[in-house]
Design a binder for this molecule. Structure first.
Ligand code: HEC
Length: 313
């Protein structure tokens, strides 16, 4: 194969050492980044392991209420009678105003029911005799703030694009991947990086996008691993992997996919998929959609009728 660049395996050893040192350091960095994600975001829903809920709580927040209210209905329930808990919750919902705190007698309730445990000397639990501390617990949990998102966004964009700049550069000297796939592998992390950052902001607005955060993160990880592995293999294990080893088999297998019988098979599967799509689309158009419309109109007319009757009464 003639190429306009020096293939990875033919670089001088010092350059290979340099490339390898960089790749190893960044690889370990990636590992620590994953561990950190597991321990910060991973614990957001109170359970170990990363889930969609974690992402939602981290960026969107747990908007079902404030910490104070959740605790008063949870583990602190036994510490105050119904009426007093109700008073506190109402004060929280009305904005947790400082004047109302005294006027509404909330301070007395907190003092008599909570401060025996929640005081200055208690460690690990908030000191509720301090109004500011209490106030913090009455805010709605809204996840990441716009300020923190802005900060983390630009750090990530600058930092990660640099990492992928060098990994992509090293990988671009590889010779076992075709130009087409090389372009995909080198471009993908940038697309996913942008999607990742964008999805944080979108998740802040709507929790639906939490899935995109996970997908984009995985996409970046996959392209990282691919470029990393191919580069190291080509530099140090070219013969055993690509000439005599599994690399050759993968290559042959990929080649065979686009040839002869396999090609026919793929085309057949493709045609079948198109057919299935057309069929289900027609089914939706002809059968389901009109019925759905009918049901919707029916429900609407019933509702209208009901409203009319009500206004007559
Ligand atoms: C008998 C001691 C005791 C009393 C009385 C008590 N608490 Fe607690 N509180 C705790 C302990 C221990 C924790 C930590 C464990 C937990 O979260 O359930 C805690 C946790 C909390 C938390 C969660 C703090 C955080 O940062 O997660 C809130 C909010 C809270 N208490 C509010 C109250 C309120 C309001 C009262 C009064 C109605 C009250 N507590 C009375 C012992 C007490």
């Amino acid at each position: 194969m003639t190429s306009k660049y020096t293939p990875l395996k033919d670089h001088d050893t010092p350059i290979k050492v340099l490339f390898t040192g960089y790749l190893c350091a960044v690889g370990v960095g990636y590992f620590f980044a994953l561990v950190q994600i597991l321990f910060t975001h991973g614990m957001a829903d109170g359970e170990f392991g990363l889930s969609v809920d974690d992402i939602v709580y981290s960026y969107y927040g747990n908007r079902s209420g404030t910490v104070l209210e959740q605790k008063l209905n949870g583990s602190m329930k036994a510490n105050a009678p119904e009426q007093e808990r109700f008073e506190i919750i109402r004060w929280v919902r009305e904005g947790a105003d400082k004047d109302d705190y005294v006027d509404g007698g909330i301070d007395k309730i907190i003092e008599s029911r909570c401060v025996m445990c929640h005081n200055k000397d208690a460690s690990g639990i908030p000191d509720l005799s301090n109004f500011e501390t209490l106030k913090e617990l009455t805010k709605q949990d809204e996840g990441a703030t716009f300020a923190s998102l802005t900060r983390v966004s630009h750090i990530h964009l600058f930092g990660i694009s640099f990492i992928f700049m060098f990994i992509g550069l090293i990988f671009s000297f590889s010779e076992t991947t075709t130009v087409k796939y090389k372009c995909v592998a080198i471009g993908m992390p940038y697309a996913f990086l942008l999607a990742d950052i964008l999805s944080w902001w979108l998740t802040k607005i709507d929790p639906m996008f939490a899935l995109l955060v996970i997908l984009a993160g995985m996409g970046m990880g996959v392209s990282f691993m691919f470029m990393w592995t191919i580069s190291i293999m080509e530099m140090w294990f070219f013969k055993p992997v690509f000439v005599n080893g599994p690399g050759m088999q993968v290559q042959n297998w990929l080649d065979s996919l686009s040839k002869g019988k396999n090609k026919e098979k793929f085309e057949q599967v493709g045609k079948l998929l198109v057919k299935a799509w057309n069929f289900s689309y027609d089914f939706w158009k002809v059968k389901l959609q009109p019925q759905a419309f009918k049901a919707y109109n029916h429900a609407k007319s019933i509702l209208k009728e009901k409203l009319k009757n009500k206004s007559v009464e």
